[in-house]
Ligand binder design. Sequence first.
Ligand code: ADP
Length: 374
Amino acid sequence: MHKIGIVGGGQLGRMMLQQAANYPIETYVLENDANAPAAHLCHHFHLGKITDYETVLAFGRKVDVITIEIENVSVEALFQLEKEGVTVIPKPSVLQTIKDKGLQKQFYESNQIASPEFLLLNNKEEVTANESFFPAAQKLRTGGYDGKGVHLLWNSEDLVEAFDAPSVLEKLVDIEKEIAVIVAKNESGDTAVYPPTEMVFDPDLNLVDYLLAPANISTELTETAKQLALKVCNAFNSPGIFAVEMFLNKQGELLVNETAPRVHNSGHQSIEGNYVSQFDMLLRVLQNLPLGSTETIKPALMLNILGEKNHSGNAVYEGLENILQLEGVSIHLYGKAQTKPGRKMGHVTVIGDNYRELLSKAAIVKTTLKVVAK
Ligand code: ADP
C-alpha cells in the first residue's frame, strides 16, 4: 500500500485523514503532541518536532509521498528527502519561497503577478525611516500566521507597535473584498480550479469570521480570479494544492496577498459544498489520480468555531443540539481538549440555496453555539 506522510498534526491533517480513509493508503503523521487533532486518525503516529531536521528526515524515510499541513517545517529535511527519491508535495523549493513573505513577494514580482507594492526592511529603524510609505501593513518575514505577525501602520503614532525584525512593508490596500481561490495540480500536470470564496474578517480578532462560497462577485471577476490563481500555481511549477488569497480593491483590481501551498481554511466548506472537497483533491494529487470536478453543489457558508472570550480550560460545547436541528448545518470539531479565547476549535458549514438563507442560519449558529471551559 502507498505510504503517505503528513508533517503536522493539526485540524488540516485531521480532515485530510478523514478523507484518506477512503483510499488504499497507509497514513503517517508527525507532530510534537500525542493528543494533536490528527493523532488518533492515522495508522502511524510519530511524536517529534516538525521543525527538526533529523526528525523530519527519519519520518520521511518511512513513506513514499510526504506532504505538509503547515509551512513552518524543516524544509532542509524535505530537500534531502526529495534527493533520496521520496515524492515531496509541494516541492520543498515552493515551501522555501512561501515560508518567507519577503521571498514570496519577490516571487510574485519576478513572475509578473499583481500584488501590493512593497519594501523589504531589516529592523524598526528602517520602518521609521520609511514613514513616507505609510499607510502600510508591516508583516514579519517568517513565523506569522492568522494575522499574528501583521501590523497595520497608519501614521507615526503606530510606530511604537512596529516589529523590530526582518519584515515586508506593504502598501495598504483599500479593500473591497478578500477572496481566495484554491487550485490543484497533480504530477501529470492536470489542474483544477475552485470557484472563488469570499472571506469576511472579524475586526477584533483579525481572524476570518465567516466565509462564503462561491464569492458574491461578478462572473467576469470570478473568471479573472481563477485565471490569476492558475497563473500563481503554474509559476510555482509544482504538484500540490494552492490557496491563493487575493484582495479586490475599490478600483476593481485583484492583487495577490499570499499563497498557502496546502489545504486551507478558505476551502473547508468544499466538504459539503463541492463535488470534490479540497481534502479529497489533495488525496488525489498525492496519488496522481484524476482530479475530478470542483463544481459547487450548493452555496455554502463556513463559520470558524472559536473559543469564547474569558474561557480557558477543558472545552465544552454549548448549543450543539440546537444547531444540529437546522437543515444544511454540519459540524466539524477538531478534537482539541483545551479551549482558549479565539482558539480555532472547529467549524460549522451551512449549505443552502441563497446567501440570505445562509446568513440567517449562520446568525443562529453564531449566537447559539459556544465553546466554554468547565
Ligand atoms: P497572515 O498570513 O497572518 O494571515 P496576511 O498577510 O493574510 O497575514 O494579513 C492578515 C490580514 O491583514 C489580511 O487578511 C488583511 O485583512 C490585512 N492586510 C494584510 N495586508 C494588507 C494590505 N497590504 N492592505 C490592507 N490590508 C492588509
